[in-house]
Design a protein around this ligand. Sequence first.
Ligand code: MN
Ligand code: MN
Length: 466
Amino acid sequence: MKEKTYAEQLREELAYTPKNGSGTLTADEIKRADDFCEDYKNFINTAKTEREAVEEAVKLAEIAGFVPFEKGKVYKAGDRVYRVNRGKAIILAVMGSRPLNEGVRLAIAHIDSPRLDLKPNPLYENDELAYFKTHYYGGIKKYQWTTIPLSMHGVICMNNGDKVEICIGEEDDDPQFCITDILPHLGTEQSKKPLGTAIPAENLNILVGSRQINDEKGNDLVKLNVLKMLHDKYGIVESDFLSAEIEFVPAAKARDVGFDRSMIGAYGHDDRVCAYPALMAALTCNAPEHTAVTVLTDKEETGSDGNTGLNSAYMKYFIYDLADMHGLNGRDVLTASQCLSADVNAAYDPMFADVYEKRNSCYLNKGVCITKYTGSRGKGGTSDASAEYMGRIRALLDRKHILWQIGELGKVDAGGGGTVAKYVSNLDVETVDMGVPVLSMHSPWEVVSKIDVYMAYRAFYEFFLD
Ligand code: MN
Ligand code: MN
């Protein structure tokens, strides 16, 4: 082998260059990443909403020996418990061997994703076509949601107290739904409009029917036909939509992307691509020293408010309940705790290079991404992880040979965003963001690298055991 030049030697010793895992990992490691992602694809295909993600998590957790948490009961090291919050968030804990006043290890991801919610009074007819009115949830680019197959998920609570669960459009022989767009031949005026205004929010109306009931007289006969079909199948009437949570999401399934099958395209990677690895870390970490707590939360995409979001007290109350079990003070447990806020970051996209700062972006295949701070403008609205905690986490990842990188969310002043990190940090917990880089974030078809997904799992797992 050729001898290294002085500059090459110095660069190796002193300079920082993140590695591309696809060229540096062993074939075995890449195979493990690919295998892990087969199960991940199954998970996101069945868990497209926060409620479905909780159901799947409970299923997998019970198989792994988790049982519902009982307040007041004293648990011993190695016990595995979970608590579901209103069907839309879940906390899982594996009891550690060390006393709780030495803190817990938290991994927190969110299981809600941008989508189209139905308005309380959604169904109407316009010129003999039936539609649902929607109110978009989270940050979407509205033009991306037209002319793609949509499926309908959610619950309807009827006046008699019954709850109907709905999932239409996921099975091969199910009908699907869509939002129409104008043909290019007649789109001359539309195409002159900026992307952000070309499709107004009140035009995100979903086509749900075109046949009328068999009667020539009367108005809204197509709408009436839809109501009749819904009543026949689910027993619901129009006013039941007033007490419902119905979400329309892209109907497409997760698929490998690229000739090399190195990536996965799917709806809702943000943030199930961190939620699933965090859940798997909880399920596979046996006998941790510190109690390992995984939280899969709701409402991140709308700012974390509400009683299933992380800006509420439900996570804190769970920690307090753990503390009470040993006669400890909940706030002492929180103060001694450490957290990985498991959320995605924007992968560098060469197609849109001008909004990224190359030296501080994360990249596909370079591993799990640590984000020291998020926010916008002058770090507005962020918790900025301390140098000390950053130092501890990077040392851990290096020690365990986990491929990792660092990333900011695009160029300074290009925009911005946030995660649940600040709500955890505000409870006096050491917190940093760590997650998977994503291309086309918040679109109906987001793209991630399999290597990065697997490295996220390894990072959460080793964090729990450290
Ligand atoms: Mn997210
Ligand atoms: Mn998001």
